[in-house]
Design a binder for this molecule. Structure first.
Ligand SMILES: Nc1ncnc2c1ncn2[C@@H]1O[C@H](COP(=O)(O)OP(=O)(O)OP(=O)(O)O)[C@@H](O)[C@H]1O
Ligand SMILES: O=P(O)(O)OC[C@H]1O[C@](O)(CO)[C@@H](O)[C@@H]1O
Ligand SMILES: [Mg+2]
Length: 492
């Protein structure tokens, strides 16, 4: 096997095209790092489990559908407890911070990091950093114990508070150093993980024995590589309530139209999965699929047809859909939030006005439209059962990784296995719905809505997307070699 560093990544190559995109380890820059037996060895609950410890050579393939002649491809280090750890229990001083927007499951992850450190590794110095990254230097801290976090998974939001903006790397690392913190658990989305990456780089530059572990959070599911993000299932489930309400309202009145806006700034996964789950949706509009309103093949034509057939209809629209149409008809504000994310205009309100306008002025149909915006209600709820389990495993993976001395990594489920992924791999692009792949086609055949694309557009779209999909599974569009394209792989 060859080991080399390519643009700061630890790449290990092996036979038959095997590539391990490895995560950094404290021993990479700290010479003579001491190791200790994992205390779990003496813990009856774990020591009876055969092969509880992960073999140091275990890795997980990014692509699991291959041809006879395919190279073995990219792998990630398998997550889990190691025989040896790099911290003694009473040496650990951990901290946890949550950044970016809310997402169901944040409190569960916090709880399980605290309980994992405490119960599995006997760690009792754990600090909660209040109010996101800026909390490192501008806010108070909260001591976290299993008792403090006992019930928090039943609440939405984050007990630590969160924020956007305010990432000052040297002030953050100064604070870590001054407080004697040696394990940093960072929960947040793409921006947060970029922030975690620069914190790790600065810690390494200063030669500190501090492990940095990221736990990816995004309700939009816009983080690549991982099967899906925590809180996503909960969001899809909660969206059903809004869609159901829209449907009840719409079908109770002649030519009733329900419009539901769901989150999804650049990626329409929540809208796509909520639509597929519901069966009451007639048309789903997402940022990745451009649409138009007027003329042949446009939304209004489809709406008139559907209303004539069924007497009512439901439209689900992701918040980032049709932004180019909005900026054509409204003054683009070009405002940003504190983290530099573009502030979007309310597409749900806009499309509702446009629909009303069209039917009043250009069509003889009298319609009755109800607009429902449940976005923050969906984001603010506690996680459901399956997300709670998922959050627990992510938190425990992060704890095992940091205790073993891995650093500069994010935890993630890849093809159903928990892994450690280098920050760069998940921050370099965004996960988006690929509209030329099967999952979107399934949605189109479920709603029977127009694709708003001409055959010529589809050919061009495919050409732009470059290489053919590397995953060939049914429902698969994880195109690793092209930018911004990977579908949730939970449908496998
Ligand atoms: N490129 C970057 N370098 C350093 N810090 C960053 C970077 N991008 C964002 N951050 C910091 O990360 C934090 C969260 O970023 P952001 O508000 O974009 O949310 P996010 O983590 O992407 O989550 P969400 O899913 O809600 O968008 C902020 O404090 C922001 O300053
Ligand atoms: O209003 P806030 O808190 O900035 O968050 C809104 C954004 O957060 C997200 O949910 C991502 O976390 C986006 O879908 C949405 O645009
Ligand atoms: Mg983000």
């Amino acid at each position: 096997m060859g080991v080399f560093s390519k643009s700061q990544m630890k790449i290990v190559t092996g036979d038959a095209g095997y590539v391990l995109e490895d995560v950094p380890h404290l021993s990479d820059y700290i010479p003579d790092l001491l190791t200790y037996s994992n205390p779990l060895q003496d813990y009856p609950a774990y020591s009876v489990v055969r092969q509880y410890f992960v073999d140091a050579d275990d890795t997980v393939a990014q692509k699991i559908v291959v041809h006879k002649s395919s190279p073995r491809g990219t792998h990630f280090r398998r997550a889990g407890p190691r025989q040896k750890v790099c911290f003694e229990s009473d040496e650990v001083h951990a901290c946890i911070v949550t950044c970016g927007g809310l997402c169901p499951g944040l409190n569960t992850v916090i709880r399980e990091i605290v309980c994992g450190l405490y119960h599995m590794y006997g760690v009792n110095k754990i600090l909660g950093i209040e109010g996101g990254y800026m909390g490192f230097y501008a806010r108070n801290t909260i001591p976290l114990t299993p008792r403090v976090v006992n019930d928090i998974h039943k609440r939405g939001g984050t007990i630590l508070g969160t924020s956007r903006g305010g990432h000052d790397t040297s002030k953050i690392v100064d604070s870590i150093q001054d407080r004697g913190i040696n394990q940093v658990y960072i929960i947040g989305g793409d921006g947060t993980q970029k922030g975690a990456s620069v914190i790790y780089e600065e810690i390494k530059r200063r030669g500190l024995k501090v492990a940095v572990a990221g736990i990816p959070k995004t309700i939009d599911n816009d983080i690549p590589v991982i099967d899906k993000s925590f809180g996503f299932d909960t969001a899809v489930e909660e969206a059903q309530r809004a869609i159901n309400a829209a449907h009840v309202e719409a079908e109770s009145i002649e030519n009733g139209i329900g419009v539901v806006k769901l989150m999804g700034r650049y990626s329409g996964f929540i809208a796509m999965y909520a639509t597929l789950a519901s069966r009451d949706v007639d048309c789903c509009l997402i940022p990745e699929s451009p649409f138009y309103l007027e003329g042949k093949g446009g939304l209004f034509e489809f709406m008139e047809k559907r209303l004539k057939e069924n007497g009512h209809m439901v439209i689900v629209i992701a918040e980032g859909a049709g932004q180019e149409l909005l900026s054509e008809s409204m003054h683009s504000m070009d405002q940003q939030d504190a983290s530099g994310n573009k502030l979007l205009q309310d597409v749900g309100l806009w499309i509702s006005h446009r629909i009303k306008d069209h039917f009043t002025k250009q069509s003889k149909m009298v319609i009755n439209l109800k607009y429902i915006d449940p976005t923050y209600m969906i984001r603010a709820i506690p996680s459901n059962a399956s997300d709670n389990v998922y959050c627990t495993l992510l938190a425990q993976s992060a704890v095992h990784g940091a205790m073993a001395g891995y650093t500069g990594f994010t935890v993630g489920l890849v093809n159903g296995r928990h892994t450690y992924i280098p920050f760069q791999h998940i921050t370099e692009r965004q996960n988006k719905v690929v509209i030329t792949d099967r999952m979107w086609a399934r949605l189109l055949s479920s709603t029977n809505q127009p694709s708003f694309l001409s055959p010529k557009d589809i050919i061009e779209d495919k050409r732009e997307e470059g290489p053919t999909p590397t995953q060939l599974l049914d429902g698969e569009n994880c195109m690793d070699d092209k930018p911004a394209s990977k579908e949730i792989c939970s449908t496998r």
